[in-house]
Write a protein that binds this ligand. Structure first.
Ligand code: LMR
Length: 394
């Protein structure tokens, strides 16, 4: 068997990571994988994480298994962060997962197990791994239009027109904030219209929230998820701590199931536990424990929020500066959308040839669809990128 394995499709984000690592040019610029970097190009361990790790090292007396769903205190703290302290916990089940991807995978598995006929609707474009996992699981999936390549904003009319085709029992996958890859997001009026449509259609929303705190702030970035969970009878939420706690390699995620009523919670919880047991048994604990320590300690939490806010404001400044520099160089406002987008990413709207020219002639690496990681820039590389974009003629 092993000598004749079929070749698996390449992941376009990981492909760019490999190409970047192999490039020996000293001035190369990495705008590929979605990892935050500071002005010095470093992905720092956040101060509160360091402090929590220190404390944990001193105080932890056992590494025996936690529960199948992880430590309940982690779920509780995360539910507060995402759904707000006012959320009706009597309806909410949750299980720790290995990263946000683990939560996405477990949600898809739950859907496939319970409703194999359901179609999962995803935005065009979306994070490529959404589609890849759906394919891997052999699930029915369909895209809905999302991005207007002219304005580089959400094409809301097209999105709603496509979602009109959703059938009862279907799942609609939405990005809670900081849409990946486009950076273009719905406003709250539009979110409400989506929520109302899903209720009318009898469809279930599934929210992927991986960048809370990277867009307009921790509370503002959770507003759409809260609105959906408050409007729809049931909601699945796949959350990641990789980015906002900077603990990428600790694989810290949470799958939340908001059940239609309190009497359904126990079954939802048992199902999440079962899925964990089948796939990897107990979820990883280290990152989840650090997050719990931070979220339940006022001083650590305040410091984490302050550092996260610095990161967010830094990315906004890079956006504003890049848009201004492009305005100066091109004499046009057509890159103004870069300052309007939110989160780590913007879809530049460059052709594959432009992306190739940026990589080959300017050592600037972005994903093939022209997704740029804004956090890969700094004060020196903003003008370099702007000049290259103008030169290749995007
Ligand atoms: C990304 O979109 O670049 C990140 O979510 C990292 C990944 O695993 O793809």
């Amino acid at each position: 068997m092993l000598e004749a394995l079929t070749e698996q499709p390449a992941d376009k984000i990981l492909q760019i990571m490999t190409l970047f690592r192999a490039d020996t040019r000293a001035d190369k610029v990495d705008l590929g994988v979605g990892v935050y970097r500071n002005a010095a190009g470093v992905t720092p361990v956040m101060r509160a994480i360091k402090a929590a790790e220190h404390k944990l090292w001193e105080e932890q007396t056992t590494k025996a298994y936690t529960g199948l769903a992880g430590d309940p205190a982690y779920a509780e703290a995360m539910i507060d962060l995402i759904l707000g302290p006012e959320a009706d916990k009597a309806r909410i089940a949750a299980a720790a997962t290995p990263g946000g991807t683990g939560a996405v995978r477990q949600a898809f598995e739950l859907i496939r197990m319970e409703n194999p006929g359901a179609t999962v609707w995803y935005s065009d474009p979306t994070w490529p791994n959404h589609v890849s996992i759906l394919r891997h699981l052999g699930m029915q999936a369909r895209s809905y239009r999302y991005f207007d390549s002219e304005t580089r904003a959400v094409d809301f009319a097209a999105m709603m027109a496509d979602l009109d085709g959703v059938q009862p029992g279907d799942i609609v996958l939405l990005h809670g904030c900081c849409h990946n890859p486009t950076g273009a997001n719905l406003n709250l009026t539009e979110w409400q219209a989506v929520a109302d449509l899903l209720v009318a259609k009898g469809a279930t929303p599934m929210i992927d929230i991986a960048y809370q705190g990277f867009g307009d702030g921790l509370e503002a970035d959770a507003a759409s998820t809260r609105l959906i969970a408050a409007t729809c009878p049931e909601t699945l939420i796949a959350a990641s701590c990789s980015k906002n706690f900077g603990i990428y390699r600790e694989r810290t995620g949470l799958l939340i199931g908001v059940a239609p009523g309190a009497d359904h919670k126990a079954r939802v919880q048992a199902t999440l536990n079962h899925l964990n047991r089948q796939n990897y048994s107990f979820p990883p604990d280290h990152g989840a424990r650090l997050v719990t320590m931070i979220l339940t300690d006022d001083a650590l939490s305040a410091d984490w929020q302050a550092e996260l806010e610095e990161m967010r404001l830094g990315m906004l400044e890079l956006r504003t500066n890049l848009a201004a520099e492009l305005r100066r160089l091109t004499g046009s406002d057509r890159f103004g959308f870069l300052a309007q987008h939110r989160g780590m990413f913007s879809l530049l709207g460059a052709s594959p040839d432009h992306v190739k020219a940026l990589r080959e002639d300017h050592a600037i690496y972005m994903i093939g669809d022209s997704r740029m990681n804004i956090a890969g820039l700094n004060a020196e590389t903003v003008p370099v990128l702007a000049k290259a974009i103008a030169e290749v003629g995007v």
